[in-house]
Write a protein of this length. Structure first.
Length: 195
């Protein structure tokens, strides 16, 4: 951001716009670009920055878009996909959610529970889930607290696309720091031995 300030200031003076206005537009453009292009604008976190495979997954109790609550410890005995995504109803995020929806029968047969997390509110999540008939809960993480617990970077207030697979004992089984939204369900099924 600091490297953009001199250019933004020069452009602002030329166009009569404030530097703050230009900075906000730049941040929003980069964030939306990240979602459209599968997270390409946000750097992929280093493996050392993420929760390590084999470590206990941080427990949480969180509301979901449909008004229920999910408590991670109560999901023991199931593999849990905790997938973080930038923004509801954007190209890459929609492809990823619909990929899970389309593989829902196979995921259920494998005993997998899917939880989507982003920084939008329950109203946005509800509209997204209804529009695309998503059969799994979406967790609003408006203040990034769950993202922080799981070391998921926020970029312009939006979560980086990243997935944790939590095993039946509540430990991190696998981490995808970079996700292909259209193939992700198959990757998860391969890890849990589903077809």
């Amino acid at each position: 951001m600091e490297t953009l300030r001199p250019r933004l200031a020069a452009n602002a003076v030329c166009r009569g716009l404030s530097t703050n206005t230009i900075a906000v537009v730049a941040i929003v453009s980069l964030a939306l670009s990240a979602c459209r292009h599968g997270g390409a604008a946000a750097p992929t976190p280093a493996a050392d920055d993420l929760l390590a495979v084999g470590t206990p997954a941080p427990d949480f109790i969180a509301p979901t878009h449909d008004g229920t609550h999910v408590h991670l410890v109560e999901l023991r005995g199931h593999d849990v996909v905790l997938y973080f995504y930038p923004k509801d109803d954007t190209t890459g995020c929609t492809k990823e959610a619909c990929n899970f929806r389309n593989a829902w029968g196979r995921l259920q047969s494998a005993g997998v529970i899917v939880l989507g997390v982003s920084t939008q509110d329950a109203i946005s999540h509800t509209a997204f889930a209804q529009k695309y008939k998503l059969p799994f809960p979406l967790i609003p993480d408006e203040h990034g607290e769950l993202a922080a617990k799981y070391h998921v970077p926020l970029f312009g207030g939006l979560a980086r696309r990243l997935t944790y697979l939590i095993d039946k004992e509540g430990r991190i089984k696998y981490v995808w720091p970079k996700v292909d939204p259209e193939k992700h369900a198959a990757e998860i099924l391969a890890q849990v031995g589903g077809s």
